[in-house]
Design a protein around this ligand. Sequence first.
Ligand SMILES: Cc1ncc(COP(=O)(O)O)c(C=O)c1O
Length: 408
Amino acid sequence: MAFDIARVRAAYPALTEGFVHFDGAGGTQTAQPVIDAVAAAMGAATGNRSTAFIPGRRSLDLVAAARSAVADLLGGQPEGVVLGPSATALTYTLARTLGAGWRPGDEVVVSRLDHDANVRPWVQAAEAAGATVRWAEFDRATGELPAGQYADLVGERTRLVAVTAGSNAIGTAPDVAAIAKTAHAAGALVCVDGVHAVPHGPVDVASLGADFLVTSAYKWSGPHLAAMVADPARWETLRPAKLLPSSDAVPDRFEYGTPSFPLLAGVAAAVDHLATLDPAATGSRRERVRAGLAAAQAHEEAVFDRLLAGLTAHPAVTVYGSPARRCPTVSFRVAGRTPAETAAALGAAGCCLSSGDYYAYEYFQAMGLRDSGGAVRASVYHYNTVEEVDRLLAELDRLAGGGATMAG
Ligand SMILES: Cc1ncc(COP(=O)(O)O)c(C=O)c1O
């Protein structure tokens, strides 16, 4: 069934402002049902979590509903969903907790393709424990992260492998399942950064082989909150630093302070919204979310193909990487302009794209591009259209001289 792009776009009130948003990788626009859910939770009588009174029970329910929604999104169990303010914060909590059990001589494997949120917490936890950091390298030409290298990187002292399911810089979707298999064969745990990949297609924590999988709701039409999912039995084995009076139960003991209950209502509403993207889908919310994201993925791929073809064909544009399996995200430079200048010129024309390293620090460092401003990033989300691609390519033409606009 064709993706009903008009219906989908109508769910995003911000789109009426007329900007072209090619920065979903930095954060998507918020869907109306999310706005409604947050407003309703804020407008209702509220209280901190308590079973004693109805407003307090509402807060308990909002937490439970958010856990259940994220579990449906990622294929986990609600009791295994830890909620938090950001993927960065959740990964730091996990890294400090796991790192407390590492010893000198233990090893941790990180990748140069990852966002720094799935690198630095591990590097710093390793440093604190006297553990050794080993680096998985991406292919400088293609931007692929060969899974085969992990056989050499992982050994009996490896405690953890951290890897991304999707690069927020160039879109590469590594073969996480193969990497996880290698890690597990050596008895290592696997932490997968799903922040960029989760909005762009159905994801399943078990199929990825992830022991821990993190996602951020603001990358999938929701509010600025994040979640990390793992088997509840795995969480049971871990003891984070925590306040004495706070809950010692799983998953609560990994959550710090009082959460934003209204925004948690938005997390659940965002998952419900993703479950509507394929209106023909039936079954459980998990099944409808998977169908919705599969429909979105097919649409995004068509839009992205046109974008990539236009960028690649343009004589003044350099595109970085050409991974075979990818999310709809690309980084590029325009000859004669810094990435910041290109982004500012496009921004002045109403096209919203990021420039810099977008915290994919190691990628841009390894490419020798970081000190000269990184690159410009275009990322496609399910509300983007081919018309928007053509508008962007036309703006690039204006900026750099002809060649980007696709015929037909
Ligand atoms: C791939 C990836 N990982 C991690 C993060 C960090 O997410 P958060 O802002 O929730 O800490 C981002 C944010 O852009 C990202 O793109």
